[in-house]
Design a protein around this ligand. Structure first.
Ligand code: NAD
Ligand code: ZN
Length: 369
């Protein structure tokens, strides 16, 4: 194998003791995948599970092919979209892997957005009781959020992410070149999570992204690095979501998930639903956590300047949102929703119980401008 040096890049270490790993962020990293491979001491056979659209952009294909040409591997293309996150898909992949005699020493490479990352991660978590895996996120959302932290899983017809496992990757390679082909709407969806990180933990990050319409390339690597570092610190403190800290990442997600569910996961991309949920949560924060009104308005401006929706269409059924809220997976054992609210921009607190009428008022608010 050739051993070139890596192009300049940023690195976030996720310190989880025996499960620690690095997240590398930069341009041109995938072209050096062979170097990364030997540095991280990963083993063959490889199992490449790739999103069809991400793979269809020739850049990724060209970058990954040299490693594949000289390494024993299995290769699977996954149909784009949330419906690929299913147990049927897991079963198909695992049967193929078994037929191709993929052993425990093998390594799964997830090449795609959150859908492929969650699916491939779950396959890696459970095939032969768990094999190594590497995340190569190709959407902004996957780079700043889903590829880091070890949550893997698939959906059931009864609900999203109802089957899953914690399984940390051995390495995450966020090559910003992959974003060149990402549709603008998908990019904006990822920016919703970036705004979320700023709102819950980092006022400076919030201010950076609330004024720029689209970050320049030079900005983007440090924005991704900042988000990954925030997620890494939160995950380090609460790897298995038992202590409450990881719940902070759900800011805007309680109502966001309810909107996704009420609209059958077809109307809004995840980040778009979360944008609406963050607007509602911002005003709930004003009413119940002391967030200054001006800051809720700044959140609205940040969302709008990043081409994210802040107003729900009247076609969306209000009752469906309310009933979906009753079914949120994050409801605590006593049956109440626990809300993440902002005390100030950059500082979130979790565990809030809210009166029903306040929640209804916040939902009514997002039907208006
Ligand atoms: N595990 C976690 O912690 C976590 C966190 C947040 C979200 N998620 C999950 O992530 C999923 C959403 O992820 P997502 O927003 O990345 O969606 P996605 O994986 O569906 O990708 C979005 C779209 O972009 C396309 N695409 C991907 N890379 C591309 C590229 N480089 N160029 C062109 N097109 C490309 C895909 O084919 C798809 O159409 C959801 O299933 C959600 O549940 C998981
Ligand atoms: Zn999210």
């Amino acid at each position: 194998m050739s051993a070139h040096s890596l192009p300049p890049h940023r690195k976030v270490h996720v310190d989880l003791g025996p499960r620690a790993y690095d997240v590398l962020i930069g341009k041109g990293l995938l072209a050096e995948l062979e170097t990364l491979w030997s540095q991280t001491k990963l083993h063959s056979p490889l199992v490449v599970i790739a999103d069809e659209k991400a793979w269809g952009s020739n850049r990724l294909k060209n970058d990954v092919s040299p490693l594949l040409s000289e390494t024993e591997h299995a290769f699977f293309l996954i149909k784009s979209g949330e419906s690929s996150k299913s147990l049927e898909q897991v079963s198909r992949l695992m049967s193929e892997m078994a037929m191709q005699k993929i052993s425990r020493s093998g390594t799964v490479i997830a090449l795609g957005g959150g859908v492929v990352g969650d699916l491939a991660g779950f396959v890696a978590a459970t095939y032969l009781r768990g094999i190594a895996f590497v995340q190569v996120p190709t959407t902004l959302l996957a780079m700043v959020d889903s590829s880091v932290g070890g949550k893997t899983g698939v959906n059931l017809p009864e609900g999203k992410n109802l089957v899953g496992a914690f399984h940390q990757p051995k390495l995450v390679v966020a090559d910003l070149d992959a974003l060149v082909t990402l549709p603008r709407r998908e990019f904006a969806s990822g920016m919703a999570e970036v705004i979320k990180y700023g709102a819950i933990r980092d006022l400076a990050l919030f201010e950076r992204v609330s004024t720029t319409v689209k970050p320049t390339d030079a900005d983007l690597d440090s924005i991704v690095e900042t988000c990954v570092a925030i997620k890494a610190r939160i995950v380090e403190g609460d790897e298995f979501e038992t202590k409450g800290e990881r719940a902070l990442l759900n800011f805007g997600h309680t109502i966001g998930h309810a909107i996704e569910k009420a609209t059958g996961y077809t109307t809004h991309l995840h980040g778009e639903a979360i944008a609406l949920g963050m607007r509602a949560a911002a005003w709930l924060s004003v009413w119940h956590a002391g967030l200054p009104e001006a800051d809720a308005k700044r959140i609205e401006v940040a969302l709008t300047s990043n081409h994210l929706p802040v107003k729900l269409s009247p076609d969306v059924d209000r009752d469906a949102i309310l009933s979906a809220l009753g079914n949120d997976k994050k409801i605590s054992s006593d049956g109440h929703n626990r809300w993440v609210l902002l005390k100030s921009l950059g500082e979130a607190t979790s565990g809030h119980e809210l009166p029903h009428d306040a929640v209804e008022k916040a939902i009514d608010l997002i039907y208006t401008l």
